[in-house]
Design a protein around this ligand. Structure first.
Ligand SMILES: NC(=O)C1=CN([C@@H]2O[C@H](COP(=O)(O)OP(=O)(O)OC[C@H]3O[C@@H](n4cnc5c(N)ncnc54)[C@H](O)[C@@H]3O)[C@@H](O)[C@H]2O)[C@H](O)CC1
Ligand SMILES: [K+]
Length: 490
């Protein structure tokens, strides 16, 4: 099984930095020298013909890495200029700057006709939004035609949260130092990093002893590990009976998508509790689903009794009908996946959930659940996922670019798959069906959330690779769910 990649936040990176320094006999500059040299190697690998190189250096050690890179580029015969916002403020950066100047390096003030820009303004030490002068420099770098290599972090991105408190560099490539940074995997960061690379600066595996990853990155290549071959004597009774509840007037498609996604993700049986008007169309499109007309609680109770897991919310609405079904489902002791209007009803009623429940809010729904604005929520998606998990005592899938799964007793899982084509109505309904199907097949809440979100995102990527992101429909994911949940084995 492909393991997830360990991710670290700035505090853990600083602990690793201290270990690395100790391994260099306490010489912190040796680590900076390696970082700058790795940066130059990375520049040469991607842009071997870059002759006019501008290195934008900030006051801290990220700037120090930049001066080291600038010296190597200068010594390799390139035309190098360092642009700086302020004099170096750290001892290491002062030393790196002095070395650069002693080697004949030049300080400049214009980007000019640079054919490569190196961003060494801020790394993991970003403390606030860049001020107006810095923001203007960042804007001119972003507007310049030359490619941008960011050292450690695209300047302006908070390596702890993944958000950008103000202006931020748009890099073509970001070279992380020591270990992968968790803040570069979710939220605004995804738009700024470009290709992500890692230079471990020769840190041995033993340096990680006792420093736990602060998140895990799951990529599509890990899917196979979640989906072993089915036992040869399997039958539908072992694969879970999912009951999809929703589809008020005008929203019949939502519950159809959830049901189809559950079937394509391996559910043994799928029942649907919906409005009578939707039953014929639902059966015509998906004869494998058992569609039931439900007017209220009385018709729902026998369906609840037969189900193993509930997919609650797609197209449910918040009217009297939806409320009645919501409360009946919450009174039932089956594991549940709550999405869409079930989350809105959860926000307005404060009904209690259980530890084996899963909620799958998008940022707007998550903000309603936490009583904050969407912008506030997006400022720290990791903290929001933790707050939701604690508030509702269940497993959380916080959707959006770089979805985060937060479950009790697990580090946050970041889903490193998916694409902007997936921002289409109905995508969330598909995810609800996928996660419910996996839950019904015996995955625990954490694994159902991680494998379900990963399967959904990877199916979106596969479908987008075929015909593009724009115009991607939730139903385009359905055949891919099946293909990706049955990995080819050699
Ligand atoms: N982590 C490692 O193992 C290694 C890290 N290296 C590099 O060092 C930086 C971290 O350096 P640090 O000095 O702690 O922080 P920064 O350079 O990112 O920035 C701090 C510096 O900038 C000032 N500052 C912060 N925010 C702003 C702002 N918005 N506007 C203006 N000024 C700001 C702050 O006051 C400080 O002066 C890490 O990312 C690596 O690149 C090592 O060289 C290798 C090992
Ligand atoms: K940087």
């Amino acid at each position: 099984m492909h393991a997830p990649l360990p991710l670290f936040d700035p505090a853990a990176l600083r602990a690793l930095e201290a270990r690395g320094t100790a391994l260099c006999d306490g010489d912190a500059f040796a680590l900076m020298a390696r970082a700058g040299q790795a940066g130059w190697r990375c520049a040469l690998k991607h842009w071997p013909r870059a002759m006019r190189i501008v290195v934008a250096c900030g006051p801290g050690n990220n700037g120090g890495d930049g001066y080291v890179l600038a010296r190597h580029a200068h010594e390799a015969g390139r035309e190098v200029r360092v642009l700086r916002l302020a004099e170096p403020a750290s001892e290491l950066a002062r030393r790196a700057c002095a070395d650069y100047l002693a080697a004949g390096g030049i300080i400049g003030s214009e980007l000019g006709d640079a054919d490569l820009i190196v961003d060494a303004l801020f790394g993991i030490g970003l403390a606030r939004a860049p001020d107006a002068t810095t923001a203007a420099l960042i804007a001119s770098i972003n507007a310049h035609p030359a490619p941008v290599l960011a050292l450690d972090v695209p300047s302006g991105i908070d390596a702890h949260t993944g958000s950008a408190p103000g202006a931020a560099i748009d890099a073509d490539c970001t070279l992380q130092f020591l270990a992968r940074h968790r803040g570069l995997r979710t939220g605004a960061a995804l738009e700024h990093c470009g290709e992500l690379e890692l230079a471990t600066l020769e840190l041995p595996a033993s340096a990680f002893d006792g420093i736990a990853p602060t998140a895990l990155a799951w990529r599509g290549d890990a899917l196979a590990g979640f989906f072993p071959l089915r036992p040869r004597d399997g039958h539908k009774g072992r694969n879970g009976h999912v009951l999809c509840i929703g589809g008020d007037a005008g929203s019949g498609g939502a519950i159809l998508l959830a049901a189809q996604a559950a079937l394509r993700s391996g559910a043994g049986l799928v029942s649907v509790a919906t409005r009578e008007a939707h039953v014929p169309a639902l059966l015509a499109r998906c004869p494998e689903a058992m569609a039931h007309a439900v007017e209220g609680t009385a018709e729902l109770l026998p369906l609840l009794a037969r189900a193993d897991v509930l997919a609650l919310g797609p197209g449910l609405g918040q009217g009297e009908w939806g409320r009645a079904l919501f409360h009946a489902a919450l009174a039932c002791n089956k594991p549940r996946v709550l999405d869409a209007d079930a989350l809105n009803l959860l926000a307005s009623t404060g009904a209690p959930l259980r530890a084996d429940d899963i909620v799958t809010p998008h940022p707007g729904e998550a903000a309603r659940l936490l009583g904050c604005t969407t912008a506030e929520l997006q400022r720290d998606r990791f903290a929001a996922a933790v707050a939701l998990q604690a508030r509702f005592d269940c497993t959380v899938v916080l959707k959006g670019a770089g979805s985060i799964v937060q479950a009790a007793g697990h580090p946050p899982a970041v889903i490193c798959a998916g694409n902007p084509g997936m921002g289409t109505g109905g995508m969330g309904d598909v995810l609800t069906g996928v996660v419910a199907a996996l839950r019904g097949q015996g995955f625990d809440a954490h694994d159902a959330a991680v494998a379900g979100a990963l399967l959904h995102a990877a199916a979106g990527d596969a479908a987008a690779r075929e015909d593009g992101e724009r115009g991607l429909l939730p139903s385009d994911l359905l055949p891919w769910l099946r293909r990706l949940a049955n990995p080819v084995r050699r």
